[in-house]
Design a protein around this ligand. Sequence first.
Ligand code: S3P
Length: 170
Amino acid sequence: MGQNIVLIGFMGSGKSAVSRELSHFLKRELLSTDALIEKNEGSSIPEIFEKAGEAYFRKVEKEAVFLASQQENVIIDCGGGVILDADNFSNLKKTGITIYLCTSPDEIYTRVKNSTHRPLLNVDDPKAKIKEILDARRSLYEQADLIIDTDGKSIQEVCNSIITNINNSK
Ligand code: S3P
């Protein structure tokens, strides 16, 4: 069975861009948990948060993660909060290698400051919020099989690091 490649990390860590590049380069199908949720719910992520709340979002996210983790040989781009649920993490680990794209709060802020589609960061002081959420999640992200630093690196450089690390671990 072909192991999945599972990207985890904070909003703005580059998971989506890196997984698109990996999918293209490795010729593997790409699944995004956020895209699966939007398709299943027929609504955007901000709409789901606004109309049904975060708890409902986490419930449908868990279903999407379960479905994605049942696949083989795919790249999985996970929403930043997927690791909050222990079942999510263990399901993803069963069938894939989990990779944490590690990004500093300052770099995250630079990357997300102009985006409006991340409800958790639509607050008065997004910089403080990023630090707060990252502090709460860091020890979970660090349980990934592989940690790749992304600060100051291009998408291509991050992809190359991932591919080199995966090949070396074979
Ligand atoms: C979230 C991250 C988002 C999305 C939702 C919640 C989080 O995905 O799933 O807004 O809790 O970190 P990205 O990490 O792809 O932005």
